[in-house]
Design a protein around this ligand. Structure first.
Ligand code: HEM
Length: 1001
């Protein structure tokens, strides 16, 4: 009966929700009206698209304009605020490139700027960065200086060719640096090929330039078929790309093998590859990376720099008064008898302002390189569909009168305040192109700026036309092809979709889904790790596929697979699927749930600075003192020991003290109540399938009074607790700081750091929020997790008295009865560490850690893993694998001890699982793990040293029977807890009481 009712409800809900979905889709950003089938294809501008995009932004919506295009909907971002919000703060969603067919056909996708995100991209990026980061670029300065000076003589000899000289200067510098050679003339075949290849790339990047982007299967059409002109174009560009990327590199490689290669980046890269990968099987891969990186240096650096240098030169020619002002400054600082050099740079901010203004006035890349949305998203009430191309219109942003008065005027003075200093309130236009596309920051930027200004010498040539000069040979849309295209589309689509179905590997096995709602009804919300594990057994697979609406999910049940996916392929599996409940409750302030991006990195870096293994020693005195106070609390009230461990006790007191410099005095402390509620609620909302709104994100707009919107009320309540936990103590610390009365704490240190570094700078508010989140996070992420582990250790010790006895004997031996253990003793007590490791294994504090998301389609063990899939690591199952841990239900710390009494490195350390997997780059896993280990080590050693632990008795004096039942949600732990804590001796009693008069530092 209940089943029938459930089905009726589901049918109704499905109908209702799909209706809502249809309506929600109507809320796309406004934009030009599409035609049937071809959408806005015919409206797309092929020349100066940024101007048309700007007009659309003014006409439809300043932030976002939607362009309906077949298979590739696009959104133009017209405002800096929207660009920051989407491309920076939500960069995890918007950092992928649109994999263009024309990039692939022309081989342009060897360039990191156009390569889709993934492991290959990361390897290229890392190698490039090594040679072009801020600290590395100084070695190129002599070349930059010499060529910039030579440029002056070229201009003197042939001023009418100055535009060409600008190009020659930027090209020569990069060519010399990259391949160690000088090219005397711009007629050199390399430069000609480079010019053509870049013009080709510039052209194929124009959205809508080639229909093959809308119908990718067309790439298989042979070039003689009518309508396949794009193939001829691609082949021609490919020839140029190969010439510029392969030829000079192959020459250097040959010279390198003969030992005659001149010093250059290519030579260094070859040396590195030889030294690191000379004999390994991936030598060819790394040599290709070296070749690409050298090619990228030229290609990404020459024309972009040239465009900006040329526009600065043009502007100076048009504005003699600006020239004169700059020259007067140069005369004053440098004098007439020498040329300026790099040391003079810092001292003439006006030159810097000219460069900034040139970047604003004529941005070298007016609409940057498009991004793709990895998931469905929403911004300011508009829906941004998954797979949508985002075009940041930098030109519109840099000509926005709200930021730049009279935007068409070239005016370097706009960057100065009344005291003649660079005005931090004026948006630095280089931020528009350099800053927010986090992962795709221009690599060359650091090396470009220093010499950029050297060309600002007062030469001008009118009519410089930037970007997208399209050679005759490259026609764009061939109208004759239109009919042919439409005819072949049907056929090819049918053929390819059949082929795809046959070639794509199967999904992993899993429970049979129902139509539309998939496995939604079967998702376990109580002890889900057990059901996940049972599925693995039933379907005989450690990868289980669960079909959920809009959110395919795979449960990973083996450590081997987890390592392979989350560690080795971490570039693909490092992201999070942002949960709607995290957003509604504002729990997304936690780095554990934030998508990867600049915002995440800012948090992670700040947190890491204060909790990495070398930093946590400063907290040891607090941890030691609180662990000793804890013994006293237990002595005085053993029945409440569970509470002493948790919210107002050991774990909370330590973290609160470290973070805000204060001590919690009672369990009704408003902070503790709020934190307990916020963290407790998170633990439940994070259980996959707990709230249907995760599958139908648009439901978040339903008002909370509507039937079925209980999640909204839940979210509102949690939100109030999150805000109290995160904001209040930090705001208090700030108020005390401004009065000079803030006690020493992490909060005070961060406030000092932010104010000291950013002071009046616009970034101050940004970093103040990061600091607030980081302090909130220390408690939120650290208290309940550590508590869960601390509680399970005590239960285990009560259930396994033999373990207690063994540990106590060792403590007696190492520490002796007359004092309490301290941190120095722990080196000699590996058995204490083994107890903690076994508790982690026996009852992992986060049984399925924090799920990940796949950024691209992938394949493992013959199974297909779809892009955007959630991956849940079921570490509870992994930690019960009898191959790694024989007799897994038994609490047995000895499994970690080798025959010499040391920790056995051959047994899988549960810490490798319970703190999360792999590298969410730049570093990895839980940032608080060292701090947590210190707390647990001293707590376990101190407690065992003075107490015998047993189950205890109930209110009637009847002995309690403890079970090892394990309960909870995202954070889990034992249901039962012992209350029998008896001092081991009179001396132990005395040692415990000594803590009474001691202070917590
Ligand atoms: C036994 C205790 C702990 C356990 C089992 C634990 C476990 C975890 C796990 C599984 C994650 C998610 C990692 C991922 O997949 O991205 C995490 C993240 C995190 N944990 Fe812990 N944790 C513990 C203690 C602590 C403590 C004491 C702190 C703070 C002092 C802390 C701070 C954090 C932070 C800030 C994150 C967010 C991710 C990051 O940026 O590192 N944790 N923790």
């Amino acid at each position: 009966m209940a089943y029938v009712i459930a089905l009726v409800i589901v049918a109704f809900a499905t109908w209702y929700l799909s209706n809502r979905l249809r309506r929600a889709r109507l809320l796309l950003p406004p934009g030009p009206k599409p035609l049937p089938i071809i959408g806005c294809m015919l409206d797309l501008p092929s020349e100066k698209p940024w101007i048309t995009y700007s007009e659309w932004s003014s006409m439809y919506n300043p932030d976002l304009v939607y362009i309906d295009l077949p298979m590739h909907p696009a959104v133009i971002i017209g405002s800096y605020t929207a660009a920051m919000d989407l491309l920076d703060k939500r960069s995890g969603i918007y950092s992928d490139r649109s994999p263009k067919v024309m990039y692939e056909l022309t081989s342009w996708d060897y360039n990191t700027a156009l390569m889709p995100y993934g492991q290959k991209w990361r390897t290229h990026r890392r190698v490039f960065h090594q040679h072009f980061h801020l600290g590395a670029v100084d070695v190129y300065r002599p070349v930059q200086l010499a060529v910039a000076r030579r440029f002056l003589s070229w201009v003197l000899d042939m001023p009418e060719q100055s535009r060409r000289h600008v190009r020659q200067m930027t090209s020569t510098i990069i060519y010399r640096i990259t391949y160690g050679k000088t090219i005397a003339s711009m007629n050199h075949e390399y430069f000609i090929a480079a010019e053509k290849a870049v013009a080709g790339a510039s052209m194929v990047s124009i959205p809508g330039a080639y229909w093959v982007e809308f119908f990718p299967f067309l790439k298989h059409i042979p070039s003689w078929v009518p309508g396949a002109k794009f193939r001829q174009v691609a082949e021609e560009i490919l020839g140029h790309v190969i010439n510029i990327r392969d030829k000079p590199f192959d020459e250097v490689r040959e010279e390198f093998s003969k030992g005659t290669a001149p010093p250059s980046l290519a030579k260094i890269l070859l040396e590195e590859v030889q030294a690191k990968h000379g004999t390994s099987s991936d030598f060819a891969f790394h040599e290709e990376v070296a070749r690409n990186v050298a090619g990228i240096a030229y290609i990404a650096g020459a024309d972009t720099t040239m465009a900006a240098a040329a526009s600065a030169t043009l502007a100076l020619g048009m504005h003699p008064e600006i020239q004169q002002k700059a020259q007067a400054m140069l005369d004053e600082l440098v004098g007439p008898n020498r040329l300026p050099d790099f040391d003079d740079i810092q001292q003439i901010p006006y030159i810097r302002a000219i460069v900034m203004e040139a970047c604003r006035w004529m941005p070298p890349l007016p609409f940057l390189i498009p991004r793709v949305s990895l998931v469905d998203d929403e911004y300011k009430g508009y829906h941004i569909p998954k797979g949508c191309t985002l075009l940041p219109n930098v030109w519109a942003m840099s000509h926005n009168p709200e930021y730049y008065a009279e935007p068409d005027r070239f005016n370097p003075d706009r960057y100065f305040d009344k005291d003649g200093n660079i005005d931090p309130d004026v948006l630095d236009p280089t931020m528009l192109t350099q800053y927010w596309p986090f992962a795709l920051l221009c690599n060359d930027y650091d090396q470009v700026l220093p010499y950029y200004w050297l060309v600002v010498c007062g030469f001008a040539e009118g009519g410089i036309k930037l970007s997208c000069d399209i050679p005759e040979a490259f026609g764009i849309i061939d109208p004759m092809a239109y009919a042919t295209v439409l005819l072949v589309i049907g056929l090819i689509t049918w053929y390819l979709s059949h082929k795809l179905r046959r070639t794509q590997p199967p999904l992993p096995p899993g429970p049979t889904p129902l139509p539309i709602i998939g496995n939604m009804l079967g998702m376990p919300t109580q002890r889900p790790w057990v059901a996940y594990s049972e599925w693995s057994t039933v379907y005989k697979s450690d990868m289980i596929y669960i079909s959920l609406p809009l959110q395919p999910t795979i449960i990973v049940g083996s450590y081997k697979i987890a390592r392979e996916l989350f560690d080795r392929r971490s570039g693909i599996y490092s992201d999070r699927i942002p949960l709607v409940m995290d957003e509604l409750t504002t729990w997304d302030f936690s780095t554990a749930f934030m998508p990867y991006g600049l915002w995440w990195r800012a948090h992670r870096r700040m947190f890491h600075e204060h909790f990495h293994s070398g930093a946590v020693d400063v907290y040891l005195p607090v941890q030691l003192a609180v662990a000793r106070k804890f013994l006293l609390w237990v002595l005085e009230n053993p029945k409440q020991t569970r509470k002493h461990v948790r919210q107002y006790g050991l774990t909370a007191t330590i973290i609160y003290r470290v973070t805000y410099g204060k001590t919690i005095t009672n369990m009704d402390h408003e902070y503790i109540v709020a934190a307990e509620k916020a963290v407790g609620a998170l633990s439940m909302t994070a259980v996959p399938g707990a709230y249907w709104v995760e599958y139908f994100p648009f439901m978040k707009h339903i008002p909370s009074w509507m039937p079925g919107a209980k999640f909204k009320k839940v979210a509102e309540e949690i939100r109030s607790h999150v805000v109290s936990m995160r904001d209040k103590p930090y705001d208090d610390a700030k108020a005390e700081f401004s009065k000079g009365s803030a006690p020493a704490s992490l909060a005070r240190t961060l406030i000092e750091e932010v104010q000291g570094k950013y002071d009046e700078h616009p970034e101050a508010a940004y970093y103040d929020e990061v600091a607030k989140n980081v302090t909130g996070l220390a408690y939120a992420a650290g208290a309940d997790t550590t508590m869960a582990a601390a509680v399970s250790v005590m239960l285990a010790l009560a259930l396994y008295p033999d373990v207690q006895r063994k540990a106590q004997a060792l403590l007696d031996e190492v520490v002796g009865p007359d004092r309490l253990p301290d941190f120095d003793d722990l080196q000699e007590l590996p058995y204490i560490r083994a107890i903690i490791m076994e508790a982690f294994r026996w009852m992992p504090p986060l049984p399925f850690v924090v799920p990940r998301a796949s950024l691209v389609d992938d394949e493992y063990n013959g199974y297909h893993i779809p892009k955007g899939c959630t991956l849940i690591p079921n570490i509870w199952r992994m930690l019960r694998n009898p191959e790694d841990y024989p007799d897994p239900e038994r609490f047995n710390p000895d499994r970690f001890i080798d025959k010499d009494g040391k920790i056995d490195p051959n047994v899988l350390d549960p810490a490798l699982l319970i703190f999360g997997f792999g590298r969410r780059f730049p570093t990895s896993i839980c940032s608080g793990r060292h701090f947590a280990m210190n707390t647990l080590d001293i707590y376990v050693a101190s407690t065992l040293h003075v107490f015998d632990i047993s189950a205890g008795v109930d209110a009637n004096g009847v002995p309690v029977v403890l079970t090892s039942e394990y309960v909870g949600g995202m954070i889990s732990g034992p249901r039962d807890f012992p209350t029998g804590f008896k001092p081991r001796s009179e001396t132990a009693l005395r040692l415990i009481r000594e803590a009474k008069d001691s202070d917590i530092p």
